[in-house]
Design a protein. Structure first.
Length: 169
């Protein structure tokens, strides 16, 4: 039996995006400019960034590059939890469809480039970009958002089992 990379990636991303949705649903947007440090993103910008990251999957799998100088990517905005979750839900649907429609050959043998005009940030095989820029990047920012929630006294939802907020200790 041959290993089905698309199915494996689909299963992982389906579960991870469900956890991301739980986290996004708990974000308090009553003070959208709050941030824990002057160098940090605002809670609103971080939450929208997280909701939007699944949009990067089709950009990675269906194109050969992203060129910021061409305006190839336009970040989303959201002012309410409903808008935030819609960004995430729409992006997740597009991401999962793109993963389903890709092949192991595309993932292993096609390169992808992020650039800003003549400045190339990186070129890597699509599987590496998918794992690092689209998947792991999402998980990294989710971790940041859980710290924001904790600092604001908001219950942190469990993503890999219960959190201290989910259980009696």
């Amino acid at each position: 039996m041959e290993f089905d990379i698309s199915k494996s990636l689909t299963n992982e991303y389906t579960n991870e995006c469900a956890s991301t949705r739980k986290l996004l649903a708990s974000v308090p947007l009553d003070n959208p400019s709050w941030k824990p440090h002057e160098k940090s993103m605002t809670i609103q910008n971080l939450a929208v960034h997280i909701a939007d990251i699944p949009n990067w999957v089709p950009i990675t799998l269906e194109r050969s590059e992203l060129d910021f100088a061409k305006g190839d990517y336009q970040p989303k905005t959201a002012n309410t939890i409903e808008e935030l979750l819609k960004i995430h839900d729409d992006a997740t649907s597009a991401a999962l469809l793109s993963i389903k429609n890709t092949t192991a050959d595309i993932l292993k043998n096609e390169n992808w480039t992020m650039r800003n005009g003549e400045t190339i940030y990186f070129t890597m095989p699509k599987i590496a970009v998918l794992r690092s820029w689209s998947f792991n990047h999402l998980y990294h920012h989710r971790g940041q958002l859980t710290v924001y929630l904790r600092l604001l006294g908001v219950a942190v939802p469990g993503m890999y089992g219960p959190t201290a907020d989910d259980q009696m200790m």
